[in-house]
Write a protein that binds this ligand. Structure first.
Ligand code: FAD
Length: 384
């Protein structure tokens, strides 16, 4: 493989797209120690933002426990330390046959090896948008991804909530992120005015991927915060009302944490994709159609096994993927990423209280929040 690369491409270019969990891990490795395997390789990263916001601390930021600096990882600084060229743009297309990545400014970047870690978009397919003006939608329905936009819009929500005597936020979603967001929203809104209210619209599948004990702890915490839970599917919006399958709900703002779909750019690639827009990869996190392209985290879907899109797999899969990038360049054997059966999950409950789960075992308390804070801060600080 090495021979092939050397023959075909005298100068090797490793292009990283997106500064997600996997790539920041690789940048940190490069910053801490110049890897010999990469000494003849030109490494560049193309990413949308000069900072990566850590999603695990987002609810804590909404609740006012952190400021933005606490949850930000500075990519410009990391790239300088790693001696990696940073191009701050969104990618819009990948032609894997010609080995070219195109940005929104129509610039073309050639590569010999490409690693994709651009995350995914919030799935908004539940929302019937036919009769709605774009401007109304933009101001009313706020997808949690991209997180940068969400952060700006949450600040707008708080501004509006301070100017009115009654403000209502509906969070749509049935996963752990939706429950964290609604408790954080309720906590923050109640600090402004006790009349303000956050509500969870979650269909009948609330936390269906979790153990019953964990689920019941989360529901108790939602009740402790007086969060109204509506077990219905949200479908559309009209005149400040969220329309659900059976009833309507007045909402000044709607936050969507409704799972992920492939990013828009994946509609402009000849890489193999699955499930409408996820890059299809094997157990080595390698594209099944182009073996010099690797993808990891939410942008990718494994074809060999079921694996949720989650930060945990972006981090741990990212370590294996980074090793595989180096191994591929060196012509060595690639490793397989096999996730652990159980992972620690820590869910923040708005105030400084959290629930933890490890398989079927779960705990809760203020100490769990302090543990989560310790782990999250250590993660972010490890990039400084
Ligand atoms: C509130 C909340 C809490 C969560 N908590 C947890 C948790 O506790 N544990 C857990 O495992 N998971 C959690 N998740 C899920 C987790 O955030 C995602 O699975 C994880 O962020 C995916 O990481 P990633 O590296 O694939 O991409 P991301 O972290 O989304 O990073 C993508 C990167 O690519 C860049 N980018 C995006 N599009 C482009 C483009 N077109 N061109 C160039 N660059 C681009 C972005 O700017 C960003 O730098 C949570 C999610 C939310 C919303």
């Amino acid at each position: 493989m090495k021979k092939l690369l050397t023959k075909k491409h005298p100068t090797k270019k490793l292009l990283l797209a997106g500064a997600g969990h996997a790539h920041i891990g690789l940048l940190r490795r490069l910053a801490n120690k110049r890897l010999d395997d990469l000494k003849d390789i030109e490494v560049s990263i193309i990413t949308e933002q000069p900072q990566t916001l850590y999603s695990g601390m987002l609810p804590g930021w909404m609740a006012g426990h952190y400021d933005l600096r606490d949850i930000s990882i500075n990519i410009t600084d990391l790239c300088k330390r790693a001696r990696v060229t940073l191009v701050q743009r969104p990618i819009v297309a990948v032609d894997a046959d010609k080995e070219i990545v195109t940005t929104a400014e129509k610039e073309h970047f050639h590569y010999q090896m490409l690693s994709l870690n651009t995350g995914a978009d919030t799935d908004m397919t539940w929302l019937d948008t036919d009769a709605l003006a774009d401007e109304y939608l933009e101001n009313t329905v706020i997808p949690v991804r991209p997180i940068f936009n969400f952060v700006e819009q949450w600040q707008q929500i708080l501004k509006q909530a301070k100017q009115t005597s009654s403000y209502k936020v509906a969070v749509v979603g049935a996963g752990a992120a939706a429950t964290e967001l609604v408790m954080a929203a309720q906590f923050a809104l109640q600090q402004i005015n006790a009349n303000h209210q956050a509500c969870l619209v979650c269909s009948e599948h609330l936390l269906s991927d979790f153990d019953a004990g964990f689920r019941s702890r989360v529901i108790k915490q939602l009740q402790r915060h007086n969060v109204k839970i509506i077990y219905e599917r949200a479908e559309s919006l009209a005149d400040g009302q969220l329309i659900m399958s059976q009833q309507t709900l007045a909402a000044d703002a709607v936050i969507a944490a409704t799972g992920v779909i492939g990013s828009a750019w994946t509609g402009h690639t000849n890489l193999a994709t699955v499930d409408e827009g996820f890059i299809a990869v094997n157990d080595k996190q390698q594209s099944i159609s182009h073996d010099n392209v690797f993808a990891v985290g939410d942008v990718a879907t494994r074809v060999d096994r079921e694996m949720a899109h989650s930060g945990v797999h972006a981090v741990f899969g990212g370590k294996v993927e980074a090793d595989n990038l180096l191994a591929y360049l060196a012509g060595d054997n690639l490793k397989s990423y096999q996730p652990k059966n159980r992972t620690l999950y820590l869910l923040a409950c708005g105030d400084k209280y959290a629930i933890g789960s490890w398989g079927s075992f779960s705990v809760e308390g203020r100490w769990v929040w302090w543990l989560k804070r310790y782990i999250d801060k250590r993660f972010v600080n490890s990039y400084k």
